[in-house]
Write a protein that binds this ligand. Structure first.
Ligand code: NAP
Length: 331
């Protein structure tokens, strides 16, 4: 369960490194941390941050650290992208090596693992705390953690569950998965919590990427389903804008089913708490496929899932709901 307080990084006020006396215990403020600074004679010292990569996401991250009063050093392959941030108070390094040398906390937000390799090759990482928010696979994250260790750096991997407009806006619920060194996460949790909430998912450096990809994969399944639904009404006199709230509400109503799935996976009893049996659901699939055909819609998004449902029912799933399909996916 995510800690709700982590979603409100601007509302807590204390030294990230706990090396300052509290201003007045833990102040609760209603505005961003910068307004807290203006209110006090003894502003909290903020951890300096180096950020490599100023694309859409990197720029959004940078702005939140600047707004919260963190000294920020930035570098980007295309220097022009740093100009606006320089005007907002960021120090712009000429090279990635210079940026890495500037601060012990180094955050990367680059396109992919190849670009991380290109940017960090030749930089001295000794004693650095690397936090890599670049999207990658679990295997890439594990390899990057070992690579960083060999170069004398500590490593945290991150998976961003947000789009740039959600960064620095806690109400949107955006957050970042972190995995790798627990000690490093603890040390920088407050600084990392400035742009978005933080959710630590374990010492295995690959777990942040794995959680990220798991959620994104579920999201694409949802998008595939909604694409099919909109296709069904495409040639009818039905306003897509009228269907949209019905779809959204239905998906929200169905979403809690994931908890029953998890319970069944944990207990190993896939018949426990079954509400809509697999046999009934399989019996309903011809209706969905025939309707698709009548509406001139390809079944290509639905058919693979229905095929797995039929297989599970034929094998052993007559008392189950849909959980057994998961085992058919795992090689
Ligand atoms: N945007 C989103 O909605 C979103 C959401 C979640 C996660 N993410 C992740 O956040 C990361 C950054 O995304 P973004 O939206 O900022 O992407 P972006 O706007 O395309 O920016 C990519 C960044 O990577 C740099 N880059 C690419 N190839 C490079 C190379 N070979 N050497 C050095 N720098 C290189 C680019 O530098 P130049 O400016 O020189 O091209 C730029 O700073 C990605 O891993 C993405 O998956 C993004």
């Amino acid at each position: 369960m995510r800690d709700a307080a982590r979603l409100l990084p601007f509302r807590r006020a204390h030294s990230p490194r706990d090396n300052h006396p509290p201003i007045s215990a833990y102040l609760i403020v209603s505005g961003p941390a910068t307004s807290l600074i203006a209110m006090t004679q003894n502003p909290v010292e903020k951890t300096p941050v180096t950020l490599l990569g100023l694309g859409a996401m990197g720029t959004a991250l940078a702005r939140t650290w600047l707004a919260a009063g963190h000294p920020l050093t930035v570098w980007n392959r295309t220097p022009a992208r740093a100009a606006a941030l320089a005007a907002e108070g960021a120090r712009v390094a000429d090279t990635a090596a210079e940026a890495v040398a500037a601060n012990s906390l180094v955050v990367l937000c680059l396109l992919d693992d190849t670009s991380v390799d290109e940017v960090l090759t030749g930089t001295d990482l000794t004693g650095r705390d690397l936090v890599n928010l670049t999207t990658g696979t679990p295997a890439q994250a594990r390899a990057r953690a070992a690579w960083a260790r060999e170069r004398g750096a500590r490593y945290l991997d991150g998976g961003i569950m947000a789009v740039p407009p959600m960064i620095g806006v806690p109400e949107t619920g955006g957050y970042v998965f972190y995995s790798g060194s627990r000690e490093l996460f603890g040390r920088h949790q407050d600084t990392l919590g400035v742009p978005a909430g933080t959710t630590y998912v374990g010492e295995d450096a690959g777990f942040a990427a794995l959680h990220d990809v798991a959620l994104l994969s579920a999201m694409y399944g949802m998008f595939a389903g909604t694409a099919h639904a909109f296709a069904l009404i495409r040639r009818e006199n039905i306003d897509p804008a009228a269907l949209a709230p019905l779809l959204a509400d239905w998906l929200v109503a169905m979403a809690p089913a994931v908890h029953r799935t998890a319970d069944q996976l944990v207990s190993g009893d896939y018949t426990d708490g079954v509400v809509s049996g697999l046999a009934m659901q399989v019996a309903g699939t011809p209706t969905l496929l025939s309707t698709a055909e009548q509406q001139g819609v390809s079944p290509r998004l639905l058919s693979p899932y229905f095929e797995l449902m039929r297989r599970r029912l034929a094998e052993d799933g007559s008392e189950e709901d849909l959980t057994g399909v998961i085992d058919l996916l795992v090689n």
